[in-house]
Ligand binder design. Structure first.
Ligand code: SF4
Ligand code: SF4
Length: 97
């Protein structure tokens, strides 16, 4: 196998940690200063499907009590989470600095 191809290992979805990269110790530099748009989760619409959590490239979304939460200290405002949410629970607004 080529060295850059990771060995495939199956895992159960329940084994995936539900915390953020910061909580796991992987993010240490606050990068929210990059953000020009802010994703806002409508908790009433959120069905806890975890798609935003899985797709957030920086791992700043956590699932708590079956609802998604964003760590705004580390969210860079890419908007991927808003695009992936099928029930439209994440809207973006202009960041006010
Ligand atoms: S993708 Fe939408 S519905 Fe699913 S957990 Fe995220 S905010 Fe909630
Ligand atoms: S805007 Fe980007 S970095 Fe911020 S929570 Fe959504 S996917 Fe993650």
């Amino acid at each position: 196998m080529k060295p850059y191809i990771r060995e495939k290992k199956s895992f159960d979805f329940s084994e995936v940690p539900k915390n953020t990269s910061f909580e796991a110790g992987y993010l240490v530099t606050v990068n929210s200063g990059w953000r020009s748009i802010r994703p806002v989760i409508n908790q009433d619409k959120c069905v806890g499907c975890e798609q935003c959590y899985l797709y957030c490239p920086d791992g700043v979304i956590s699932i708590k009590n079956k609802k998604a939460e964003i760590d705004y200290d580390f969210c860079k405002g890419c908007g991927i989470c808003a695009g992936i949410c099928r029930v439209g629970a994440i809207e973006t607004e202009a960041e006010r600095k």
